[in-house]
Design a protein around this ligand. Structure first.
Ligand code: COA
Ligand code: ZN
Length: 319
């Protein structure tokens, strides 16, 4: 049996809502800034410990997130919720400092070809650039989380080796990052691949926090979460309504859905501090804002013990 295979003693899980970043970047229409601020305020009220609120990337690359600074200036902050955002370069880091961001998220892709598509440089150059970002962040006491996109497979190159993830994680640890997030950009993760990745990182970089960020592109996002829980991973990222996706990857579809994840965790007796009813309302509100149906399921079916009136459902006699 692989190392660390059974671990269901988890009592608490930290869920990051990435909707305002991963979700809104994937929409063709650009949402109104006030609507985004309202959604983020609702997420804070619902009890999320961490939210990816936007990205300080080039507005030419992601015009949907060009209003990151205005968002940070206007959301109702509290000490319980960490507000994080993606930063691609020193310019982004300076913008993040100005906006008083709580946490910088740097990102590269495990595969050269997706890194080139997404940030227009080699992985080596991305890592060099992170040193500049770390310098700016360090001077301003802003912690950094390191994301690895296409961690479980690349739509251009195929398999990504677990050893490569471990080596990048080691670089992240040496630069003083808080932890590594493994991003499943086009939903290529499987329980086997996730187990190999987590074990390889733990072997090479002990005592380094691992966060899992799955997309449900092939319908096994929650099987991957169960695998993560079995491995003892307590940090996950998800998106309201199951929206999301990278504009620079083919067939990128939604993240695992936050309401569905919170429902699953709570039903297993795992605490998250997040109010599921409030979250379902947020997903419905976002669905109205974007104007199309979202793939989330619990937002439609409601919680497991929701009861219906017998009178409202036809009986299959003489129909
Ligand atoms: N914030 C605002 N503007 C920025 C910026 C930042 N962090 N970084 C670069 N720019 C601007 C530059 O000023 C330049 O503008 P100009 O044409 O008016 O002079 C333009 O963007 C291009 O900058 P350049 O340094 O030549 O970068 P590039 O074209 O090689 O693009 C990135 C590199 C990283 C800036 C760009 O690819 C990017 O922002 N990618 C993000 C992708 C992403 O978020 N993907 C989804 C998440 S997985
Ligand atoms: Zn994603």
């Amino acid at each position: 049996m692989p190392k660390g295979d059974i671990n269901m003693n988890i009592k608490k899980v930290k869920v990051t809502e990435v909707g305002p970043r991963d979700g809104f970047q994937s929409e063709k229409t650009i949402l109104n800034t006030n609507d985004k601020i309202d959604v983020i305020n609702n997420l804070i009220d619902a009890g999320f410990p961490r939210i990816e609120v936007s990205s300080f990337v080039s507005p030419k690359a992601i015009p949907q997130l060009a209003d990151a600074a205005t968002i940070l200036e206007n959301v109702k902050r509290n000490h319980e919720t960490t507000l994080a955002a993606l930063v691609p370069n020193a310019r982004g880091a300076l913008r993040a400092v100005d906006a008083k961001l709580d946490e910088i998220v740097v990102f590269l892709s495990a595969s050269e070809s997706h890194n080139k598509k997404n940030v227009n440089r080699s992985v080596k150059d991305s890592l060099l650039g992170f040193k500049e970002i770390a310098d700016i962040a360090g001077k301003n006491n802003i912690p950094i989380q390191g994301d690895i996109a296409t961690a479980f497979g690349c739509p251009f190159e195929g398999n990504v080796s677990a050893k490569r993830l471990a080596k990048i994680s080691k670089e992240y640890k040496m630069m003083g990052f808080k932890g590594v997030t493994l991003g499943d950009t086009t939903g290529m993760a499987t329980p086997t691949v996730v187990t190999e990745a987590v074990n390889a990182i733990r072997d090479m970089v002990p005592d380094f926090d691992i966060t899992l960020h799955f997309h449900n592109t092939r319908g096994i996002g929650f099987a991957n979460v169960m695998t993560g829980l079995n491995l003892g991973i307590t940090d996950y990222e998800s998106c309201f309504g199951g929206m999301g996706g990278c504009p620079f990857a083919p067939n990128a579809t939604g993240n695992i859905c936050s309401e569905d994840l919170i429902y699953l965790l709570h039903e297993m007796g795992i605490e998250t501090g997040i109010n599921l009813d409030q979250l379902i309302n947020i997903a419905k509100k976002v669905e109205n804002l974007v104007g199309h149906r979202l793939p989330g399921q619990v937002m439609r079916a409601g919680p497991r013990l929701l009861k219906y009136s017998m009178q409202d459902v036809p009986t299959a006699i003489g129909a």
